[in-house]
Design a protein around this ligand. Structure first.
Ligand SMILES: O=P(O)(O)OC[C@H]1O[C@H](O[C@H]2O[C@H](CO)[C@@H](O)[C@H](O)[C@H]2O)[C@H](O)[C@@H](O)[C@@H]1O
Ligand SMILES: O=c1ccn([C@@H]2O[C@H](COP(=O)(O)OP(=O)(O)O)[C@@H](O)[C@H]2O)c(=O)[nH]1
Length: 462
């Protein structure tokens, strides 16, 4: 029996893996770091020899890499049929579960759970089963498996049936919806999601608020937590990596270019997000426009450097949102710009080095999501900024629980309030800004990714 077990002692499973491939014109495969906070958080596990990261092939390049047997050590990419993956990732994970947990539906018209949803749900089950089977195959006897996020809610339950010997954890990087919102899901689906997760020995969340919401859902719709334990682990920024990476030559080069674009002696308000509905980029721009309208003294003296790098572009609603971000930025530039001053420098391309260059130059960081599991950008900018930055932070970001005291806190729907917060941040005395930034950086790095992951393993095994 033991001979059928795999060799990995620690396994991670997530939809997005540490790298993604593109096929070059000459047919060569080029690897690029996976975007988003989940990858930033888990990158630290890569060096462990007994560890295996099971993820999904996301692009044609990834599928080609699997076919050619190309890959990173310690990573297994699953080549799930593209249509099944599209239903599971775009359809269920990003259009349903993400919307539920971030409370993004415009409820008079959506959601509509009809036959299309049922078809996609079947793919979601297939997709989860493929992960459960791969994990069952790769795991050594008694190994620890930590399943990540809303893409894989059914995996713990499925894996428990296949391999009762394993220690199974699940970690959510998103908020969890309150019961009255979660209950929008059809009852059988809500039940499957909860029972799937409760197949784990232990469930992890980024904040107490999201953990409490899950417990409330489990009590109301699944008869309680049963034997499943709950833990809170607030993922922090990776200070060593960020400080080193942000001083490399490509970042320095981009700093010089950005300085040119910003212009001598001007303040810089920085935001960096995936072009993601929940990040509230449009209201952020409206707040900046309000600032320029009501505080004419800032005109010509401030530049808003906004990164909205591509995310989930297969979904029309994300493409439309990107277009709206672009439209408003152009409107602001047309309304207030002068020959020597561009009020909004918008970056729609994925350029991590240029984002780090902007972090270094930031006087103010704007992080105003409607709802966000944590938001690592809020934690990264204070660590990297050269002169220390003021943080304007939504009370709805998970990071608020740890950074709220030294941030300028906003209600993300209140555009006038956010404009006032930007004014306050820009007006802050440099000494106060530097002191607050130091405290923010200390709080932001209290639980670095490697420790965050080890804590979960210890708790799972304990
Ligand atoms: O994989 P994508 O569809 O491109 O999306 C990127 C990631 O977005 C979400 O990240 C979350 O994790 C961060 C780290 O814990 C957290 O700080 C942030 O608030 C979350 O939004 C998603 O949960 C990941 O699965 C995605 O990979
Ligand atoms: O071009 C970029 C700019 C930033 N980031 C990283 O993406 C993560 C975003 O994580 P966050 O928790 O703020 O939000 P998420 O995108 O995961 O919802 C941060 O670690 C950023 O450093 C990235 O991968 N590519």
């Amino acid at each position: 029996m033991a001979s059928t077990y795999g060799a990995a002692q620690v396994l991670v499973a997530s939809n997005r893996g540490p790298v993604s491939y593109t096929v070059g014109e000459d047919g060569s495969l080029n690897a690029k770091r996976g975007g988003g906070g989940l990858v930033s958080g888990l990158s630290a596990i890569g060096s462990d020899a007994d560890a295996l990261w099971v993820c999904s092939a996301l692009s044609d390049g990834d599928r080609e890499a699997v076919r050619r047997g190309v890959g990173e050590d310690g990573v297994r990419m699953l080549d799930i049929p593209a249509d099944v993956h599209a239903d599971a990732y775009n359809g269920i994970a990003n259009s349903v579960l993400w919307f539920v947990h971030h409370m993004l539906y415009q409820t008079p018209l959506e959601p509509v759970f009809d036959t299309e949803f049922r078809r996609q749900w079947t793919s979601y089950e297939t997709y989860n089963r493929a992960f459960a089977e791969a994990l069952a195959e790769e795991a050594a006897q008694g190994a620890a498996v930590v399943v990540q996020d809303y893409h894989l809610t059914l995996v713990p339950g499925m894996l428990r049936e296949l391999r009762p010997d394993l220690r199974i954890g699940h970690f959510s990087h998103t908020p969890w919806a309150p019961p009255e919102y979660f209950h929008m899901l059809p009852d059988d689906v809500a039940g499957q999601v909860l029972r799937g997760m409760l197949g784990a020995d232990r469930l992890g969340f980024l904040t107490q608020r999201w953990a409490d919401a899950f417990t409330a859902c489990a009590e109301r719709f699944a008869g309680g937590l049963g034997g499943t334990r709950i833990g809170v682990h607030g993922l922090g920024a990776d200070a060593d990596f960020l400080r080193q990476r942000s001083h490399e030559a490509d970042v320095e080069e981009r700093m010089a270019a950005l300085r040119e674009e910003i212009g001598e002696g001007r303040r810089t308000i920085v935001r960096v997000d995936r072009t993601e509905l929940s990040k509230n980029i449009v209201r952020g721009l409206l707040a900046y426009r309000r600032l320029l309208a009501s505080h004419a003294e800032w005109r010509e003296r401030v530049v808003h450097v906004a990164f909205a790098y591509p995310s989930r572009q297969d979904l029309a609603v994300y493409r439309d949102y990107t277009a709206e971000v672009q439209r408003i930025s152009e409107e602001i530039n047309a309304e207030y710009g002068t020959p020597g001053w561009t009020p909004v420098v918008l970056n729609l391309k994925d350029d991590f080095a240029r984002s780090l260059a902007a972090y270094r130059l930031a006087d103010v960081a704007l992080v105003n999501p409607i709802r966000d599991g944590m938001n690592l950008v809020a934690k990264e900018v204070p660590v990297v900024s050269d002169a220390g930055c003021a943080l304007v932070l939504s009370r709805e970001a998970g990071a608020f629980e740890e950074l709220g005291e030294d941030a300028i806190v906003v209600n993300p729907y209140d555009v006038t309030g956010t404009a006032a917060a930007l004014h306050e941040a820009l007006s802050m005395r440099p000494e106060e800004r530097a002191e607050r930034s130091k405290r923010l950086a200390a709080a932001a790095t209290a639980l670095p990714p490697a420790q965050w992951f080890l804590d979960q393993l210890d708790a799972l095994r304990g």
